[in-house]
Design a protein around this ligand. Structure first.
Ligand SMILES: [Zn+2]
Length: 291
């Protein structure tokens, strides 16, 4: 996509290490360790229960954040710290500019998420405990943080067989999709549904993930004039590469729909395409239309 150059006055960016705006709504929305673990498992075939253990084990205030040199970088320096960081900052601004008016139209208060660009290794969030870059990009509802360790994008290129920019933009836009769900209150609703009906928890998580894919598509669809040849294919290939069935198959595991967290490759491609072609976020409501 031909995104314009970021302007740090229009985005929120920080380095890793847990210093930042601090957890918001403490005791309110909370984090939902399970939800976060599942979201953190966005790309890799990690067992979410391990992430839960990791988060729970480290989130007692006992561990201290590793002081990362990235803590001291300005937003400008962080965004210019590499081509992926720069691209992510460009995408973030475009996402803000696309979604903010939609919230205004819907009469829902909007707040920008914060992009956290952190180095490989452990990462401490403000409100979602600690995890590791091995978990892939994730969104922390408690601090409105989109957490990215940019070398992940090399792994994504390997997995999807495409080094194209749109595959990476799809990832950022998907995490932004979780921010939208957080602001609209959907994540909270889903969480209480899951508590009331644990048997449906997995299915609901899959719906949330597919809706985030759909929102990613809506962003691209609303910026159709910026789309370049091959972008759609790159996005679909990335969506296919991160489908639960494909990940399980590539890991040599039996494909077990009960363990799906994000949907099959076909479902993820379909969700992205639905958003892209409709360019209408209400189309993504379909994932929570139980009628
Ligand atoms: Zn997700």
């Amino acid at each position: 996509m031909r995104l314009k150059q970021f302007d740090t006055s229009k985005i929120k960016v920080r380095g890793g290490g847990g210093r930042g705006r601090g957890a918001r709504r403490a005791g309110g929305i909370g984090c939902g360790t399970l939800v976060i673990a599942l979201i953190a498992a966005f790309m890799f075939d990690i067992d979410p229960s391990q992430t839960v253990a990791l988060i729970d084990g480290m989130d007692n205030g006992q561990s201290t954040a590793s002081q990362s040199p990235q803590n001291d970088l300005s937003e400008q320096q962080l965004c210019m710290s590499g081509p992926y960081a720069r691209e992510s900052c460009n995408a973030l601004q475009s996402l803000n500019e696309t979604w903010e008016p939609e919230f205004r139209r819907a009469g829902i208060p909007f707040e920008q998420p914060e992009l956290v660009i952190y180095p490989p290794g452990p990462i401490r969030t403000n409100g979602c405990g600690n995890t590791s870059s091995a978990a892939g990009p994730f969104y922390c509802p408690a601090d409105y943080g989109i957490y990215i360790e940019t070398s992940f994008f090399d792994e994504l290129a390997r997995m999807s067989g495409t080094g194209g920019d749109f595959a990476r933009l799809y990832v950022i836009a998907h995490e932004y999709g979780h921010h939208i769900q957080n602001l609209t209150g959907l994540s909270n609703q889903v969480r209480s549904l899951q508590q009331r009906n644990p048997q449906a928890a997995n299915q609901l998580t899959v719906r949330m993930e597919l809706q985030a894919d759909c929102y990613a598509g809506v962003w691209a669809g609303k910026n159709r004039n910026l789309i370049e040849r091959g972008d759609l294919e790159e996005g679909l290939r990335a969506a296919s590469a991160v489908g639960d069935d494909t990940i399980m198959r590539n890991a040599g595991r039996r494909i077990n729909p009960d363990n799906f967290t994000h949907g099959t490759s076909a479902q993820r491609m379909e969700a992205l395409r639905l958003g892209l072609e409709s360019a209408d976020d209400t189309a993504c409501d379909a994932y929570f239309d139980f009628r």
